[in-house]
Design a protein around this ligand. Structure first.
Ligand SMILES: N[C@@H](CCC(=O)N[C@@H](CS)C(=O)NCC(=O)O)C(=O)O
Length: 204
């Protein structure tokens, strides 16, 4: 091994490993959280074959990603993953009340981000209707909360400011090509049915 390769391997050794496809999806909030905590992370972008290998190797508790390998654990379930570094790096409130507020913001944001995440998988005939629904809920229900509480403050936090700069590990929204990649990895063959604030009640 070359000296630089050894150094690279050493610096990667302690970093959390994130396994997901190369896009936002459920991993993006985890990327944001680690970035905000100032924690460097390594990303492994799954193909269908790698995803199946993880399943067969017994690494994925529910045969689903995201998975984050951190501190000797194979952490799955997005919100369980988020809570771990949040608590570890003191970003999960100073008391139970603060934790409850954080949970409320996180759960609301999840309702909104689930709708946005599944939007590219809408059936062609339902795209326009879904977009209208998401925009209406975003602008009247969710954005006012986040604008009031966070807008001005957040982007000034140095770690977040850095993550917002071009070239960071922040992902772009799905385009047509990456949507096809995701469909192939997770075998989404038809549309997803969105109802009631992004809850998927059926896959068809
Ligand atoms: N509740 C889980 C849901 C995970 C999930 O639905 N993952 C999708 C990719 S975003 C997946 O692995 N789908 C493949 C499958 O279920 O077979 C979480 O929040 O992490």
């Amino acid at each position: 091994m070359l000296q630089e390769e050894k150094l690279e391997a050493l610096s990667m050794a302690g970093k959390p490993k994130l396994h997901y496809f190369n896009g936002r999806g459920r991993m993006e909030s985890i990327r944001w959280l680690l970035a905000a905590a100032g924690v460097e992370f390594e990303e492994l972008f799954e193909t269908r074959e790698e995803f199946e290998r993880l399943i067969q190797g017994g690494t994925l508790m529910y045969e689903q990603v995201p998975i984050v390998q951190i501190d000797g654990m194979n952490l799955v379930e997005t919100r369980a993953i988020l809570r771990y570094p949040a608590a570890k790096y003191n970003l999960y409130g100073r008391n139970l009340q603060e934790q409850a507020w954080i949970d409320m913001y996180v759960e609301g944001l999840r309702d909104l981000s689930d709708m946005i995440m599944f939007f590219p998988l809408s059936l062609p005939g339902e795209k326009e209707m879904n977009l209208e629904y998401i925009l209406e809920k975003a602008t009247t229900r969710f954005f006012p909360v986040y604008e009031k509480e966070f807008k001005a403050r957040i982007s000034y936090i140095p770690t977040i400011h850095k993550f917002l700069q071009p070239g960071s590990q922040r992902k772009p929204p799905l385009d047509e090509v990456s949507t096809e990649t995701v469909k192939n990895i997770f075998k989404f063959e038809r549309g997803m049915f969105l109802k009631n604030m992004g809850t998927i009640v059926a896959e068809y």
